[in-house]
Design a protein around this ligand. Structure first.
Ligand SMILES: [Zn+2]
Length: 162
């Protein structure tokens, strides 16, 4: 089995690769080229839609949690200092800042998740680390101010008065 799988966009340009750690089973998504800030890395679709979240899904509305296609995108890990964002309105995986070839793509899970299926203790190791990651509804106002959120999560934050 290959430990690296390459992802191409519709122009057949290599945009990303999945790196698989055979010992831990941990998968991560790395950039194959450089990107500017706010650039589309790749468009995505819903391979399947679920009413409840699981650890691989991305929330697009109150009761719609999608499995991503291309599936490689589910390998994008969380960081409290993310360089990417799932725009679930435009259905595009986009950069938040310039990214060099060979850098890991990461996103802030609560940017797209209101109440996560599996909370976890983050160990991203950055000085911005917020610790427990459990969804946007649990964030403080000062944390909310630092991140970009999907249109759906922005709506939820507004209606919760957050
Ligand atoms: Zn963190």
């Amino acid at each position: 089995m290959s430990l690296i799988e390459t992802i191409v966009d519709s122009d057949q340009t290599e945009v990303a690769e999945i790196r698989f750690d055979a010992i831990t089973g941990h998968r991560s998504l790395f950039s194959k080229k450089s990107f500017r800030a706010n650039e589309v890395i790749i468009g995505f679709l819903a391979k399947a839609v679920h009413e409840t979240p699981n650890y691989l899904t991305v929330q697009i509305s109150e009761h719609e949690h999608i499995e991503l296609f291309p599936e490689c995108l589910e390998c994008a890990n969380h960081s409290c200092v993310p360089n990417c964002f799932f725009d679930t309105t435009r259905m595009e995986f986009v950069t938040l800042k310039p990214i060099a070839a060979g850098e890991e793509f990461t996103f802030f899970y609560p940017s797209a998740e209101w109440d996560m299926d599996r909370a976890f203790e983050c160990n991203c190791g950055t000085d911005q680390c917020i610790g427990k990651i459990e969804g946007a509804r649990y964030l403080s106002a000062s944390t909310i101010a630092k991140y970009r959120f999907t249109d759906f999560i922005q709506q939820k934050l507004r209606s919760a008065g957050m």
